[in-house]
Every structure is written in structure tokens, then in C-alpha cells.
Design a protein around this ligand. Structure first.
Ligand code: GSH
Length: 214
């Protein structure tokens, strides 16, 4: 079987948490892939010549040979099926209910907690920027995040589901929006986020982002 040609399209400064999720997934799978960037600030993704123009005009965009896909969690689910365990590393839990829970967490992190995403944008994580104190709605969203993450991690283990899954990286990113800004995050959640952040795949993305800063 010939190896598929895989390309991940990112924003030019590698600040996107959704690109990070796909990048980490590809790294964890051990797949070789090309990286290409589109400059969102200059509106390159809105120009007719761009590859992803016919899709959602967003990054991440993944190409596997001639197949193109956007939406990060759709991409990571596709990768786990296309490059399936045991030949490739697992991104989602084997157990049906745990797998559903992992997808639930990913969907939740992408659709809720808007005040955190706005007031703690990822330049806090990748650009070492510090933001002012949270608004009332920001505090409410943070309290909800702490309560939900605390319940999910009440088993006291370092990963959500016994072993690592891509939902751990996504949850740690959301927590680190607050932790790395110096907000008052419950210690157990801070420890969890720090543990997840040490992963080689995550650190590679952090390094990539640092190289493209400015
Ligand atoms: N739900 C999407 C979100 C992707 C997204 O928001 N991408 C942003 C960069 S972080 C983007 O491409 N923005 C450009 C635009 O929407 O015009 C995913 O999970 O992939």
C-alpha cells in the first residue's frame, strides 16, 4: 500500500487550539505529514485560490491524498478510523461509552464557555500574554469549567479515561487558558493541565508556535 500524502493547514502563527488538536492527533498516530499555513489575519482563507475555499474556509484543514476535511473533532475521529488501532496509536478510548464521553467533551469544549475563549484567547497560551481579570460572565464560565472538569476527573487519575485520549489535550488547553494567565484554578485541575502539557506531541506544537511568533 502506498503511503497517503497528508497535509495539515494551519493559521500562520499556530495559535489555533483546533489546529493543535489535529497536530497532536497526527503526532500521536506517528504519521508523517506536511504543514502548510494560511494567513487568517490577511484574509488569505477568504480568497478564491485557497484550497479550503469550498469547505468551511477555516483551519484546521486536513488533506489525505485527494480527501479534504475541516472541523477538528471530525478530523480526529476520521484519523482514528482511517489509521486505526492496533496498527496506529489510539486517539479515542476503546470502550464505547468512554469514547462517546470523549466526543461529548470535545463537542462541549467547542460550543460552550465562550467568555473564557474570548477573555482568555490563546495568545495567553502561545504568546505569553496576560489578560485583565475575568468579567462576571467569564467567572461564571470558569466556575462551570472547574465544576465539570472536577467531576470528570474526580477519580483522581492523570487522564480522563485511564489512558490518554485526544479529549485530554482539548480539556487541558481550555484549563491552560486560565492557568497560564495566573487565574485561580483549583490545584487538582492545574496539576492535570500541567501533566497533559508535558506530552511530547503537545510540546512539539508549543515549540512550533513559538518559532512562528511575531
Ligand atoms: N469548530 C472548528 C473551529 C475552527 C476555527 O475556529 N478556526 C479558526 C481559527 S482558530 C478559523 O479558521 N477562523 C477563520 C474564519 O473563521 O474566518 C474546529 O474545531 O475546527
Amino acid at each position: 500500500m502506498t503511503r497517503p500524502v497528508i497535509t495539515l493547514w494551519s493559521d500562520a502563527n499556530f495559535y489555533s487550539p483546533y489546529v493543535m488538536s489535529v497536530y497532536v492527533a497526527l503526532q500521536e498516530k506517528g504519521l508523517t505529514f506536511n504543514l502548510k499555513t494560511v494567513d487568517l489575519n490577511k484574509g488569505e482563507h477568504l480568497q478564491a485560490g485557497w484550497k479550503g475555499y469550498g469547505l468551511t474556509r477555516r483551519v484546521p484543514l486536513l488533506e489525505v491524498d485527494t480527501f479534504e476535511l475541516t472541523e477538528s473533532s471530525a478530523i480526529t475521529e476520521y484519523l482514528d478510523e482511517r489509521f486505526a488501532p492496533p496498527q496506529w496509536e489510539r486517539l479515542y478510548p476503546h470502550d464505547l461509552e468512554k469514547r462517546a464521553r470523549a466526543r461529548q467533551i470535545q463537542a462541549w469544549l467547542r460550543s460552550d464557555l465562550m467568555p473564557i475563549r474570548e477573555e482568555r484567547s490563546t495568545d495567553v497560551i502561545f504568546g505569553d500574554v496576560k489578560k485583565p481579570a475575568l468579567s462576571a460572565s467569564g467567572q461564571k464560565a470558569a466556575a462551570k469549567l472547574y465544576e465539570t472538569a472536577g467531576a470528570l476527573l474526580s477519580h483522581g487519575k492523570p487522564n480522563l479515561f485511564g489512558e490518554w485520549s485526544i479529549a485530554d489535550t482539548d480539556l487541558a488547553l481550555m484549563l491552560n487558558r486560565l492557568v497560564l494567565n495566573g487565574d485561580d484554578v483549583p490545584e487538582a485541575l492545574e496539576d492535570y493541565a500541567a501533566f497533559q502539557w508535558q506530552r511530547a506531541s503537545v510540546q512539539r506544537y508549543v515549540a512550533l508556535s513559538a518559532r512562528h511568533a511575531g
